[in-house]
Design a protein around this ligand. Structure first.
Ligand SMILES: Cc1ncc(COP(=O)(O)O)c(C=O)c1O
Length: 380
């Protein structure tokens, strides 16, 4: 039996992608790679819902965080970071490491930011040049309403630079880069894109291109301008991860065949399934149900059960691999990934296994409604 990999990334890859990864190497400066890059870029633009360039850099998602900041800002610039978990905090910390003045809008973990609060905060900070948002906070299983947040920002400050971390949501949860007027949107190959880790994908809009011309933070490897000049010739500035591009070409072909809307609907159904199954097991969802993520479900570990023991039992006895809580949530929540190459049977099987291992550890689920006997009669 192979592992049922249900962490929120890296995610499983389809057999067609595994085959693509095993192909012979090709010349990254030859016509075959240029054709792949062109094909991939056009399809990425479709999934980013943008007409603007989508750049690829060989790196983890964190590289895209750094790239977004160094290309847009100058030392001492003020940015407002919306921090609702580990990844929002990481973006704020990287900004600080580069000498930006970082203001934080702290959001209770498990909740989303309120657009009116963001707007009011901006009113009190006239010098802010950029707003940093996390679309899907993978550490808490919450999806922010980026459309509403961006609208609130633009209503006050039309020229604000809006940077969106969509590492664990793009292609799975609706995000419209152009229609919502977002300046930089980035994602990571190991999440919704059905390929291994190692390729950061970054959409860059016109306001961000203008900012990149004057930004003074040091940058070399991450310079968007060089990447764009190369992309115009269907090349990359440095040696690209050729195998990952071959894999992405195949994955995007599959995604195009399924259709963007169908993929969003599949993820919503998987999110609903996971949440329903968790509730049936008598488990509390960590995230605000109105904003629960369709790519990762965070579940509170019941009192008296140790989260790490549960995760180990699932791995050793069921070959189901789930994520734990990060930072202050370690031991308190578990996270079930259902993004990318994810379908109902594997997700349902993981939830079955979760129920079995919780029972082994002494957790009793509530009796199903039909087994609870008749409810109170009107006379009671
Ligand atoms: C929302 C979010 N942002 C950023 C990252 C960082 O990506 P990486 O681990 O590839 O550096 C992750 C990784 O899980 C993420 O989920």
């Amino acid at each position: 039996m192979s592992q049922n990999l249900r962490i929120p990334g890296p995610t499983p890859i389809p057999p067609q992608v595994a085959e693509a990864l095993a192909r012979p190497m090709i010349n990254h400066r030859g016509p075959e790679f240029a054709a792949i890059l062109r094909h991939v870029t056009e399809r990425l633009q479709h999934f980013f819902q943008t007409e603007h360039p989508v750049l690829g850099f060989p790196s983890a998602g964190t590289g895209a965080m750094e790239a977004s900041l160094v290309n847009l800002f100058s030392p001492g610039d003020q940015v407002l970071a919306v921090v609702a978990g580990v990844f929002g905090r990481r973006l704020a910390q990287i900004a600080e490491a580069f000498g930006l003045r970082v203001e934080r809008l702290d959001v209770t973990w498990g909740q989303v930011a309120d657009p009116a609060t963001l707007a009011a905060r901006l009113d009190s900070l006239p010098d802010v040049r950029g707003v940093l948002l996390t679309h899907n906070e993978t550490s808490t299983g919450v999806t922010q309403d980026v459309r509403a947040l961006a609208k609130a920002v633009r209503a006050r400050r039309p020229d604000m630079l809006i940077v969106v971390d969509a590492v664990s949501s793009l292609s799975c949860v609706d995000l419209r880069m152009d229609a919502w007027d977002l300046d930089v949107v980035f994602s990571g190959s190991q999440k919704g894109w059905m390929i291994p880790p190692g390729l950061a994908l970054i959409g860059v809009g016109p306001r961000a291109w203008a900012a990149a011309e004057t930004a003074r933070l040091p940058r070399a490897y991450w310079d968007f301008r060089g990447a764009r000049r190369s992309l115009e010739k269907w090349q990359t500035p440095y040696t690209p991860p050729v195998g990952l591009y071959q894999a992405l070409d195949v994955a995007l072909e599959m995604m195009a065949a399924e259709g963007r809307e169908a993929i969003l609907a599949r993820h919503h159904a998987l999110g609903e399934l996971t949440r329903r199954r968790a509730r049936e097991l008598g488990l509390a969802l960590f995230a605000d149900p109105a904003h629960a993520s369709d790519t990762v479900t965070a579940i509170s570990v019941p009192d008296g059960i140790d989260g790490k023991t549960l995760i180990r039992a699932l791995r050793e006895r069921e070959e189901v691999i789930i994520g734990g809580g990060q930072d202050r949530l370690e031991g308190h929540i578990v996270r079930i990934g259902h993004m990318g190459y994810a379908h109902e049977p594997e997700v349902a099987a993981a939830m079955d296994a979760l129920g079995r291992q919780l029972a082994e550890l002494g957790h009793t689920p509530p009796a199903p409604v039909s087994a609870r006997g008749p409810g109170p009669s009107a006379a009671d």
